[in-house]
Design a protein around this ligand. Structure first.
Ligand code: NIG
Ligand code: FE
Length: 414
């Protein structure tokens, strides 16, 4: 752990400066410094400003130096919603959806999440760790320096704990930071068919161990028609909050069930998906400061309508963007794809999309005080793009323009 780095002469240093979620119009404020420099010491940002101001007379001994002339520098991206620890794949389901089956049809037939549960229950920890490492490498190459990962492919005590332990291990051994979420209530396993409340009881019971052992920062639930009701979600998340965990909700994805309203009532950290969220729900989220985490890759892959990002931002919501990377509804962790969909199909300005993938992603993980922007005192987690402006992110459609990634002052990808 050295972490002493100077990046200088950046055509644009896109700071995204801030220590909390940016709501509404603030989302277009990127705090750009031209000819910018950033100094990272022992992993932490110690100075940000104009290259000449900062570096004239500065003793650079002991620092690695990157000349970023002609390039732009941003905070590392935060992918705040994924399900990246799983075994097995579901390409047949993709083919069936092309033929006209819906995601929920396939789930009702016993496919979908249940399929991945079978494979993940069978997989050993080592297998899940090596799959996880490979996936984290891919994320890093896209400029992701912090990712959230959910359990939810076990749906029994041992496998849920195994998934959480795997993510804790990955967090220790891979440069990308992993924020861990317990999603025991992702679906009802076959053993509990017709006994959803009894299954929620079991998940509530598991919370004690998860909280006590510090295995997860958040608790999440798939609140959806035919999955878990608003009441069941509320019961679980209230208990999670009592135990000190942050609440997250897969809300109003296929049907308008009231998940957005629930997230506001609970003061959840985020509500995610929100394709069908009501006007009232969105307004309540804005007032309660709940981050709206939008997952355009899922709407795209399922051929569902996109979440109403424009309306949400205009109503003063804090919007984050994430990939939802998982083997079913969105088998992609492409950050360029998220930029393309958000700007071309969801009415978001490029500036808003940048905020949504940096400081607001950090806020969706309760980490806006330590990551998500280039501010003194934050982690030196940075991305250097091969072009002089952040505007190339959606413009170079679908292409990865990340040239280098810095994690706590060390170059971890180039
Ligand atoms: O966020 N909606 C529920 N969960 C995931 C999909 C999980 C899966 O299909 O494996 C999602 O889309
Ligand atoms: Fe998800």
């Amino acid at each position: 752990m050295r972490g002493n780095l100077i990046i200088k002469n950046a055509s644009q240093l896109v700071t995204c400066s801030g220590f909390r979620a940016k709501q509404g119009a603030e989302m277009s404020e990127l705090g750009i410094i031209e000819n910018g420099a950033v100094i990272v010491e022992k992993g932490m940002i110690t100075a940000v400003g104009d290259s000449d101001d900062l570096l004239t007379g500065f003793n650079t001994e002991g620092f690695d130096i990157v000349d970023a002339a002609g390039k732009s520098v941003l905070p590392g991206f935060v992918d705040s919603h994924t399900h990246f620890v799983f075994a097995g794949y579901r390409p047949d389901e993709f083919a069936w959806r092309l033929r006209g089956d819906s995601y929920m049809d396939i789930m009702r037939r016993g496919g979908g999440i249940a399929n991945t549960v079978k494979a993940t229950r069978r997989a050993g920890k080592d297998t899940l760790i090596s799959l996880g490492l490979k996936r984290l490498d891919t994320m890093l190459a896209f400029g992701v320096t912090t990712v959230e990962g959910k359990s939810g492919y076990g749906l029994d005590h041992d496998t849920e704990i195994k998934q959480l332990e795997v993510m804790q291990a990955l967090n220790r051994i891979h440069p990308v930071d992993v924020a861990v979420t317990f999603l025991g209530a992702h679906a009802t396993p076959a053993e509990f068919k017709g006994r959803k409340d009894a299954f929620i009881d079991l998940v509530v019971e598991m919370l004690d161990e998860v909280a006590e052992r510090g295995l997860a920062q958040f608790c999440d639930v798939f609140c959806e028609k035919n999955v878990f009701s608003v009441d069941q979600a509320e019961r679980l998340l209230m208990q999670a909050k009592t135990l000190g965990m942050g609440a997250k909700i897969h809300a109003d994805e296929m049907v308008q069930l009231g998940g957005a309203e629930l997230s506001a009532r609970l003061k959840a950290v985020s509500a995610d998906h929100l394709l069908q969220a009501s006007d009232q729900g969105i307004l309540a989220m804005a007032r309660a400061g709940v981050v709206a985490t939008l997952l355009p890759g899922t709407a795209f892959s399922l051929k569902e309508p996109y979440a109403r990002a424009r309306f949400m931002i205009d109503q003063g919501c804090a919007v984050a963007l994430a990939t939802d990377f998982n083997p079913g509804s969105c088998f992609s962790n492409s950050i360029p794809l998220m930029f393309a969909l958000a700007t071309l199909y969801m009415g978001m300005a490029t500036e808003e999309a940048v905020t949504a993938l940096t400081i607001n992603g950090a806020a969706a993980l309760n980490r806006a005080d330590t990551i998500g922007s280039i501010d003194v005192g934050k982690h030196g987690d940075l991305v250097i793009l091969e072009y002089p402006s952040y505007r190339f992110l959606p413009y170079h459609v679908g292409m990865n323009i990340v040239e280098k990634v810095v994690k706590q002052g060390n170059i971890v990808f180039s």
